[in-house]
Design a binder for this molecule. Structure first.
Ligand code: AMP
Length: 220
């Protein structure tokens, strides 16, 4: 197998396929998929103090305050199970978060080796987000466009109930795009200036995109 980078982040607009691609790529590389959105939703489901604090922000499509999320990631990246590598999905989402991350490596160094920017046109994004369903049990992610017509309510993997994410309603979707443009998009330039950014076409079949991302993760 070719040599691949082991500490990377995947970034792009809401609906670009970050979660799906991150899971595939982390699986192929044998590294941990660290997904702040899922970590927050888990805390919300369990009613932890962090979950209670995050809920109102998440449901409006706003960013959870930096101190909460930075602590969550700092703690996560210091656990033993990420020693062989990690793929961050959903963090950083602002320049402040990118700057905080840049000091989380050994001796306060930049730990990120590569940043993959998944590019997808806006009309495709809106269609993907409004058709997205998640399984309330196994947390699998599906789209009504690709589910069999008579099985749109049940998870094809575990039979759990398929639900719409609370922040996939039209108003929250609009808000998430605004937040993305204002807060998250500038990190592209930040990483480009550091020579870490690689752009990948995120349209097409899932496996096809995974192959492109894998190609972009080859070590120099
Ligand atoms: P996601 O599943 O990545 O779309 O994240 C869902 C929601 O969780 C976001 O709309 C935010 O409210 C919150 N969230 C996830 N990651 C972050 C982050 N890095 N900073 C702030 N809020 C976040």
């Amino acid at each position: 197998m070719a040599d691949y980078v082991k500490r990377l982040l995947l970034f792009g607009p809401p609906g670009a396929g970050k979660g799906t691609q991150a899971a595939n790529v982390a699986g192929r590389l044998g590294i941990k998929h660290v997904d702040t959105g899922s970590m927050i939703r888990e805390n919300m489901d369990q009613g932890t103090p962090l979950g209670l604090e995050a809920r109102s922000y998440v449901e409006r499509g706003e960013l959870v305050p930096n101190d909460v999320i930075i602590r969550l990631i700092d703690d996560r990246l210091n656990r033993d199970d990420v020693a062989s590598g990690w793929l961050l999905d959903g963090f950083p989402r602002s320049l402040d978060q990118a700057r905080a991350l840049s000091e989380m490596g050994p001796d306060n160094s930049e730990p990120v080796e590569r940043v993959i920017f998944l590019e997808v046109p806006e009309e495709v994004l809106v269609k993907r987000l409004s058709g997205r369903r998640i399984c309330s049990k196994c947390k699998g992610v599906f789209n009504i466009a690709t589910l069999p017509p008579d099985e749109k309510d049940l998870c094809p993997l575990c039979g759990g109930e398929l639900i719409t994410r609370p922040d996939d309603n039209p108003e929250a979707i609009r808000n998430r795009f605004r937040v993305y443009r204002e807060s998250t998009e500038p990190i592209g330039e930040y990483y480009e200036n550091r020579g870490l950014l690689v752009r990948v076409d995120g349209t097409g079949e899932i496996e096809e995109v995974t192959d492109r991302v894998m190609n972009a993760c080859k070590a120099d």
